[in-house]
Design a protein around this ligand. Structure first.
Ligand SMILES: Cc1ncc(COP(=O)(O)O)c(C=O)c1O
Length: 410
């Protein structure tokens, strides 16, 4: 027995040792947007790139191996996902979040941003209003606009005491009453501030939207990355009203670093929403997974739980590192400590710089590629978004560069 326990201990330890998040991989030339669009987006390519929301960590080995096994077959023809693909999603969501749904209530979506566009096309007309809560993930603003819909803001409220944002529920009620929007797009958890929304706030959103006939899109792409102690609440689990008014999107893409494989899915419990939406998807053939994405999803959700736990612990270490570093060495930049995911929203307003000077500070003085807060809509001015899904040495290098650059301003 003792021997068995020791064997288990060392096997577990060996598994722990396998996941080396410190390893630095060169992504340049791999077609990664992160590295290969620097020149186009930032005007120079000698930057430490921590912007696009994917990670520098190796995709977990079970996913790579499952893909390699499939690629070893010589024919890459039309494919149907295995029943076990759908089951792996249902089991994962039930076990991790207590979110229960049936196979018939879900389908594949070729990307969440596309999924949001499909919802807008299916349920709204040009000129219809769409509520978003800025500062928020940029496509929430651009998609409705670029599709001829009107964006209506319910800005988040900065809660200085809590050091984070909260939703303005009273204003949401007012906006829904006055503007008669058709759709609300919710980032749950929230990008860029990494907020895990309180259950009661989500239930209040559901209640308001149900009373005003507003369809909620709950984008839960960051759901599986709640950091230590935080609990993510899938929107549809918070109340019957929430299940009734919403289309939820989720994916293994962020958590397991497979964004390039396009692996999202949606869940729609209410048949009055589901039937027209699934008909729209089927009629346009938008609902069939690429064969590699189904394989990757199943491997992620059945074999990579331990990898995920270790990755989250590492990311939490990076978050702590950045928060401590800025407090000690760059007090003019104040991070919003994320409760989920690998993005840190940096409040740079105390530096007192105008927009162009702030961008110049990051890009030309610090040689860092972070996201410009302005792209996240009202409230994003004076902010930058940093990605810490990277080896600690890269994160540390970024902090040192930032410290030097800020000091050079004086
Ligand atoms: C909130 C949110 N939704 C959607 C996406 C992108 O999803 P997809 O690649 O499935 O379109 C991102 C990527 O950063 C995101 O942060």
């Amino acid at each position: 027995m003792l021997f068995y326990n020791f064997t288990c201990y060392y096997a577990m330890k060996a598994e722990y040792m396998q996941h080396n998040f410190d390893k630095i991989l060169d992504r340049r030339g791999s077609g990664a947007i992160m590295t290969d669009l620097l020149l186009e987006r930032y005007g120079r390519d000698d930057l430490l790139a921590l912007w696009v929301a994917d990670m520098y960590f190796e995709t977990p080995a079970p996913i790579r191996e499952a893909i390699e096994r499939r690629l070893a077959h010589q024919i890459y023809g039309y494919s149907v996902p295995a029943a076990s693909y759908w089951a792996s999603i249902i089991d994962w969501e039930r076990e991790l979040h207590g979110w229960k749904f049936r196979r018939g209530e879900m389908t594949f979506i070729p990307g969440i941003v596309r999924g949001i566009a499909y919802v807008l096309q299916c349920f709204t007309q040009p000129g219809d209003k769409v509520v978003v809560q800025p500062p928020v993930y940029m496509p929430f603003l651009n998609l409705p606009r670029d599709n001829g819909r009107q964006v209506v803001y319910n800005p988040l409220i900065w809660d200085a005491a809590a050091g984070t944002y909260r939703m303005d529920l009273a204003n949401l009620e007012e906006v829904c009453g006055k503007e008669s929007p058709k759709v609300l797009i919710l980032s749950n958890p929230h990008n860029p501030a990494g907020i895990v929304w309180p259950e009661e706030d989500l239930a209040a959103v559901a209640d308001i939207c149900q009373r005003h006939g507003v369809l909620v899109i709950s984008d839960e792409i960051h759901a599986d990355m709640a950091l230590e102690g935080a609990v993510h609440h899938p929107f549809q689990t918070v109340s019957p009203a929430a299940a009734d008014v919403s289309i939820a999107f989720a994916a293994p893409s962020k958590t397991f670093n497979i964004a390039g494989l396009v692996s999202s899915f949606c869940v729609v419990p209410n048949p009055r929403i589901r039937e027209p939406f699934f008909h729209y998807l089927e009629a346009n053939e938008f609902d069939g997974p690429l064969f590699l994405s189904a394989i990757a999803t199943e491997a992620a959700f059945t074999q990579c739980g331990e990898w995920r736990r270790q990755m989250l612990a590492y990311v939490k270490g990076n978050v702590d590192f950045v928060c401590d570093y800025l407090r000690q060495h760059v007090p003019g930049i104040v991070p919003v400590r994320p409760q989920a995911s690998f993005l840190i929203w940096l409040d740079c307003t105390q530096l007192g710089l105008d927009h162009d000077t702030l961008i110049d500070l990051f890009v030309n003085r610090a040689r860092l590629a972070f996201n410009d807060g302005v792209a996240f809509g009202p409230g994003g001015e004076g902010h930058m978004r940093m990605n810490v899904g990277a080896p600690r040495a890269m994160v540390a290098e970024a902090m040192q560069r930032l410290e030097q650059a800020v000091k050079s301003l004086k």
